[in-house]
Each structure stands twice: as C-alpha cells, then as structure tokens.
Design a protein around this ligand. Structure first.
Ligand SMILES: Cc1ncc(COP(=O)(O)O)c(C=O)c1O
Length: 434
C-alpha cells in the first residue's frame, strides 16, 4: 500500500479548487499528494476513499472515546433530533447534562456550554478577566487552546524563536493576529518551576489567569512533573489569579473526572469538548460557583448553537455510558498493553525513546531519553517518527502524521487491534534502526 491512494489524490485536486489547501482545518493537510481523504468510520476503524481500512489512533484528535458511529450515542441523537434541533430556549436534557458534568468533575460547580474547545477556552478567559479585573494571561509553550487570538501564541516554534528560557518571547502562530495582543500574554516553558516562580513574583498581581493543559496534549502528551500543577494551584491562589485547566483533550478521557480527578487538582475553571460528545459538536467550561456566577451580570457569554440538540444528546449518551460502565478502565488496559508493547519494541531495537502520556492518550519521542517541555521535544528525532508513521499507514495502522499529536484509544479498540499494531511496528522499526 502507498501512503495515499489514487482517489484521495484526485479528491485533493478537486477540493483545492474550492477549499484552501483542500481541507477545512489546516491540521488536516499532510502535503501535496500525501493527504488522505476519508469515506467512513466505524468503531476503531476508518476507511479512506480508496476503500482502504485503517486501525485509527487519531480518533479525530481525541473526541472519539467510545468508537466511531457508536450505536447507543447515535440512537440517542436520532431520537432527540426528531423533536427539533435548536430552539434558542433551554430544555431539560441540557440541564441534565450540566448536572452530570458537575457530578463527574470535582472542581465544577456550574457550567456553560459551547460548541468547540476554542469557544470554551475563549469564554473561560473572558470570565477570568472579568472576575479579576486584569487583562494578562500566562500560557505555556507547546500548549494549544484553540484558534482564537488570545492564546494562539507559542503553540509551536523552533527553540531559537522562543528566545532564552529565562525571558521567553511569545511567538504568534499565525499572521493576522494583532502583535499588540502579545502585550496580554506571558509565555513560559511547561514544567519550568523556577521560571513560573519568577514570573509569579514579578507579575502575579497583574495576571487574570494561568491557563494550561494538564499534560501537553498538543506536543506528545508530555506529563506535568510531580508538583507542577500543585505549584500553579498554590501561587494562583496566593495572587488571586484564576487557574484555568484546559481539559479539552484530557476531560472524560484520562479519568471520568479528567485530570482534576487523575491528579487530585482543583482549578478555578476548566474547559471541556472532544470526548464529552464522542465526536458531536459540544463543549463546556465551568468551575467555581463564585466565578461562574458573574456570567450574565455584566459578563457576556452565549451563542446560537451552544445547546444544539445533537451535541447535547450525544453528551448525555456518552457521559451516561462513562458513568455507568467501566469504559475508561477497559481503554486503559488496552492502551497500557500498546504502550508496553511499543516500549519493548524500541528497547529490543536499541532505539532511545521517551514515552509519555496515559494509556488513553500517549506518545513517544525518538532519539531522546526524557522530555519535559516542547523545547526538549524539539530535539527529538521527528524524521524517524514520521517515517514510522508513514510506513504504519501503508500497512493499515494510522497514528497522526503530526508527531505532536498523541495516539488516542477508544473503547472499540480490541486486543486484536493492539496485536496487529504491535506486529506492524515490530516490523517497520527495523527500517529506522540506527
Ligand atoms: C487542549 C485543547 N484546547 C482547545 C482545543 C480547541 O478545540 P476545538 O478544536 O474543538 O476548537 C484543542 C484542540 O485540539 C485542544 O487540544
């Protein structure tokens, strides 16, 4: 099998006449003649337009927690949409979903819904600024919080562009973002305890929020070092700064209560999307009652589609399944087998690697022993990682083409899928052996 079949190539040419790059999100473009186009997906599998089947580890960048086209979720959505999809009024089902989120997520007393992770983090930042009366936010290099201008800074740049780690330069990730917005952003390497202490001493009383992913879910799932999230919690409390934990990737995935439950950490606000609706468009942000209660009292938040019925119904069905069945435990078992199997393969072939993340969402950097932030990760052997990904795809196993994107598992992956994946990797790793 080649990386991309003839029908994908043709569809790319056609798509490029009407869609910039031939896609509807820049991240979906893998290159000229290298971008697969999808036909359908079911469970853990995805078929491209050439009819080739892949074991999918992209899971649409994380949302698919149960499996593609999961019958119980789809049935709930179909039943609900027959009674209308949008009313610009509030219904009981969305109240129930809000109650479920509050029950499942330890730090959440109240929530508001949105349609995407981008919206959820944008709203959370607005609320944090309104609550504190301050404008500046601190974010970490390599973390991605969506496409809005407030945080599309230092998501990925070469180390030279980031400057010295004692005084990092916020690097905008797109033309079109006003440079003047850099005035409101302070950036730091993730897991930089000393840098964080220094910034809090100098600017703590000017910060509205510290926003972070609990792990770097957009840079190889680099975990927080022990004590790092706790330090953020401690200092933000001391300086009355809102601690926003962006759980768009970890929420309802690494534990039912996300990273809050996993690490026992209580942020002031948290953001959710992805696994919350098994692929349907639904998101939320929420947290302490005192902070959330200012919404509607001089603080704007809303949106025509924020309680769209397909999204709400999918969230209801998904959260219900997560609450009542040991779904994440089952994903963890399979994910652990896959992580351990890959570790054995790299060790047997004397390939240095750093494995990071959680069984439901993990990654590995090659050619390095440990990675604690994007600057370290950037020194890893990304070419070999990519070479492996392309060979895996040619053999029917599909992690994402971008090495920053973790491997995601869902409830529909089977032991046989894990075995097949390991046997493919055992085979292809020989080709990058140094
Ligand atoms: C941690 C995090 N926050 C926010 C977002 C933005 O979410 P969306 O793509 O739904 O706008 C993403 C997307 O990958 C994410 O990983």
């Amino acid at each position: 099998m080649s990386l991309v079949g003839p029908k994908s190539k043709l569809l790319q040419q056609r798509a490029q006449k009407v869609l910039p790059l031939g896609v509807n999100s820049n991240f979906r473009y893998w290159g000229e003649g290298l971008t697969p186009y999808v036909d359908k997906a079911k469970g853990a599998y995805l078929w491209d337009v050439d009819g080739r089947r892949f074991i999918d580890y992209r899971m649409a960048f994380g949302p698919i927690i149960l499996g593609h086209a999961y019958d119980e979720v789809d049935a709930q959505v179909i039943a609900e949409v027959k009674n209308g999809v949008l009313f610009a009024m509030t219904g009981e089902l969305e109240v129930r979903v809000a109650e479920m989120i509050v029950e499942m997520c330890p730090a959440v007393d109240m929530v508001r819904f949105a349609c995407s992770g981008t919206e959820a983090t944008m709203h959370a930042i607005r609320v944090a600024r309104a609550f504190t009366g301050r404008d500046t936010i601190l974010k970490f290099e390599g973390n991605y919080h969506g496409f809005h201008d407030h945080t599309l800074w230092s998501t990925y740049a070469p180390e030279e562009a980031y400057g010295n780690r004692r005084s990092p330069i916020p690097v905008k990730a797109s033309s079109g973002i006003p440079q003047s917005m850099s005035e409101f952003v302070i950036t730091l390497p993730f897991n930089d305890f000393e840098g964080f202490e220094r910034v809090m001493r100098s600017y703590g009383d000017q910060l509205a929020a510290v926003i972070t992913e609990p792990c770097q879910g957009n840079c190889g799932a680099i975990e927080p070092q022990p004590g790092f999230l706790e330090l953020i919690r401690k200092r933000t409390e001391e300086y009355d700064v809102v601690f926003i934990l962006d759980e768009v990737k970890t929420g309802f995935r690494i534990a039912n209560g996300g990273a809050q439950e996993y690490y026992g950490i209580r942020p002031d606000l948290a953001t959710y999307a992805k696994a919350m609706g098994n692929g349907y468009p639904i998101a939320a942000f929420g947290g302490r009652r005192e902070i959330m209660s200012i919404i509607g009292h001089g603080v704007s938040q809303g949106g025509t589609y924020t309680n769209n019925k397909p999204g709400v119904a999918a969230a209801y069905a998904t959260l219900n399944l997560l609450k009542t069945k040991p779904i994440l435990e089952s994903i963890q078992k399979r994910g652990r087998r896959l992580m351990d199997g890959l570790k054995d393969i790299f060790e047997d072939n004397n390939i240095p690697f750093a494995m990071s993340g959680y069984p439901a969402m993990f990654s590995f950097a090659l050619g390095v022993q440990a990675v604690t932030c994007q600057r370290d990760w950037d020194h890893s052997d990304k070419d070999s990682y990519l070479k492996l990904v392309e060979m895996a795809i040619e053999r029917g196993v599909m992690p994402d083409h971008d090495p920053r994107e973790p491997w995601f598992l869902c409830y529909s992956h089977t032991d046989a899928d894990v075995d097949e994946t390991l046997s493919v990797y055992a085979d292809i790793v020989k080709n990058v052996k140094r």
